[in-house]
Design a protein around this ligand. Sequence first.
Ligand code: KG4
Ligand code: ZN
Length: 340
Amino acid sequence: MLILGIETSCDETSAAILKDGREILSNVILSQDEIHAYYGGIVPELASRQHIKTIDLIVKESLTKAEVKLEEIDIFAVTQGPGLIGSLLIGLSFAKSLAFYFNKPLIGVNHIEAHIEAAFLENSEIPFPCLALVVSGGHTSLYYLSKELDFKLIGKTRDDAAGEALDKIAKFLQLGYPGGPIIDQLSKKGNPEKFFFPLPKIKDKSFDFSFSGLKTAALRYIKEMNIDNKSPQMLDLLASFQDAIINFLIENVKKALQNYKANSLIVCGGVARNTRLREIFKNFCEKIKIPLYIPSPRLCSDNAAMVASLGFKKYKVSKEFNLNLDAYPRIHSSKGKKWK
Ligand code: KG4
Ligand code: ZN
């Protein structure tokens, strides 16, 4: 079976072809970083305008690379949300047109759940129940999976996402966009113990996150100590800030593991590319003797292979699909209901 996945929820235009939901025949990703770098962050209108310009070329390239013809595709999968509404609608309408024309099933996929699926795509043996931490530019969420496809959201950020906090500090210091990978590299030259960052306190029993306090603390250091991107202290500040974010993630995972019995931990999403995060989580999981699964860097960032893979699994459990799909910018609707 051949499945074509399409991902346009944010600023990557991506199309992938998977064979039988497992084998990646192609996974083409076009980043818009160059377009948004000038503004120091994603400009939603520019993102959707770029998707509409390139979506057909990216799908075409995914077919060429996979040596597959469009009419050979058995199932189409697409990200329905959460994400930028204009960007989501481009991918959704493109996928819908293809499914309509070829009279094939169209499966809508949740973007955050697809990030988790990236770990299963590389390792089908991940033991359940499983805890999954999604850290990206738009989301920082904790999920509990008792079994396959059973995604239970147990914690989410109340303000900034982890990647967003990194990107904002990098922007303030005029280091470039996206800031996460830049801070990752620069932090290697800094001392993470030089600057003190109190870990955010979530006063209730939830497993929610909050990063705006850490961001404000970093900005305070920058202003009070007149730090700029030429200051000798900047590297120590970045290393300390990055470690504070990672330590807070670890603390929350520890808290969740006391409440939820898990046989494995998944860490995924764009920020999971971070070398220091990968090292700290590896040490933590070795210490508590729980297997850790972090997708390879290319599958951590937004990509359509994870969408196709999840779409295929959803197709296998329920074969009833129709074209009547909507796009959802947030996980919850304005009435507080989860859309799926
Ligand atoms: O998952 P993703 O590609 O898109 C969203 O769904 O948001 O994540 C993008 C985020 C950005 O905030 C970017 O700065 C961050 O991932 N990121 C990193 C690294 N590579 C990407 N953050 C820290 N270290 C990295 N190496
Ligand atoms: Zn993402």
